[in-house]
Design a protein around this ligand. Structure first.
Ligand code: F6P
Length: 360
């Protein structure tokens, strides 16, 4: 048996631990493993496919990023090709992926990624490739698994950062508005905002009325400490307008980037409360650094379980956490829809009970 492994989409702490676990588990079965660099890109470039063995994955469990590299613009179904005259064309190279896999004598691909990468994997599986998916994203927005690795590390990073904002906010009696990642789901903002005791948390699942947020903050200034922390998810939507903030148009083969909502919220809150406000975007810091122990364990379990599925011939599946066990779910089911924060989520309900405003 010869398996290939790749990592696609935005990186998340824990990717290296998955690669290590899959390589070691495969090696112990007497299998060979190759790594494909930068998602599927490596298949189309010399040196883009590398042999992996125990020595190659030594000492990587605790490292952030991914030793294989990644890209969130590399779908083989809509691959951006630049012509000699500079024209960019989007072409379908999925048949070449299957051919390359055959010529590399790869029996099964372990694809580690978020919804984009897993959707590609699912489409390749439909074309006949034997694929096993491993869910990854700091956004935690994959429906079929109770949690993705990388999420809790991102929450920890964001919580640590917001903790540091309290003193400067208090010193200047300011409103500090922090923008966190998460795309169209509010998991990181909800968890980090609650853990760091924000006054208001704005998430895409609950369109916010800025007047209500301002009223809540004015009351806090009147009654208690004269500063406020507002956590806003990058995909948060104002009730008036109902559109998220985007940064720019997508590059060929890529998706639109969210961003800018914190700046708007801070400006409106300053106008409505008369209190000085500042905004900051935590950005890619949330994806960086060492995975916390929870994420390392989940990654190691996922990598090992992916090899078990390959051994059982259960292709077209993804490993998923269904506490307390890691199980297999069909890839097509895993990418059917994104997982949003439900209105009755226990963390959301608890935050409301403690007086945190959601702008509704
Ligand atoms: O999906 C992970 C994520 O970090 C999102 O939270 C964020 O919107 C996006 O990736 C940022 O992507 P990029 O790395 O292209 O800026």
């Amino acid at each position: 048996m010869r398996i290939a492994i790749n990592t696609g989409g935005g990186d998340a702490p824990g990717l290296n631990a998955v690669v290590r676990a899959a390589v070691l588990a495969a090696e112990r079965r007497g299998w060979e493993v190759v790594g494909i660099r930068r998602g599927y890109d490596g298949l189309f470039h010399p040196g883009g496919v590398v042999p992996l063995d125990g020595a190659a994955v030594r000492g990587v469990t605790h490292l952030g990023g991914t030793m294989l590299g990644t890209t969130n613009r590399g779908s083989p179904f809509s691959f951006a090709v630049t012509d000699p005259d500079g024209t960019v064309r989007v072409v379908d190279r999925s048949d070449e992926v299957l051919e390359r896999m055959r010529s590399l004598r790869v029996d099964c691909l372990v694809a580690v990624g978020g919804d984009g990468t897993l959707r590609i994997a699912s489409e390749l599986a439909a074309k006949g490739l034997r694929v096993i998916g491993v869910p990854k994203t700091i956004d935690n927005d994959l429906e079929a698994t109770s949690v993705t690795f990388g999420f809790h590390t991102a929450v920890q990073t964001a919580t640590d950062a917001i903790d540091k904002l309290h003193s400067t906010a208090a010193a200047h009696q300011r409103i500090m508005v922090v923008e966190l990642m998460g795309r169209h789901a509010g998991w990181i903002a909800l968890f980090a905002g609650f853990a760091s005791t924000a006054e208001a948390i704005l998430i895409p699942e609950i369109p916010f009325d800025i007047e209500k947020v301002a009223r809540h903050i004015r009351r806090r200034y009147d009654e208690g400490p004269e500063f406020a922390i507002v956590v806003v998810a990058e995909g948060a939507i104002p009730a008036k307008g109902r559109k998220p903030s985007y940064l720019d148009d997508p590059r060929p083969g890529g998706s639109k980037r969210l961003g800018g909502v914190a700046k708007r919220v801070a400006r409106h809150l300053e106008e409505l409360t008369g209190r000085e406000s500042r905004s900051l975007v935590l950005g890619h810091l949330q994806r960086g650094g060492r995975p916390i122990a929870f994420d390392r364990l989940l990654s190691l379990r996922f990598g090992s379980a992916a090899v078990d599925l390959a051994a059982e011939g259960r292709f077209g599946c993804m490993v998923a956490l269904d506490p307390p066990v890691v199980k297999a779910v069909p890839l097509s089911e895993a990418v059917a829809r994104i997982k949003m924060v439900p209105p009755d989520h226990e963390v959301l309900v608890a935050a409301r009970r403690l007086g945190i405003a959601f702008g509704d």
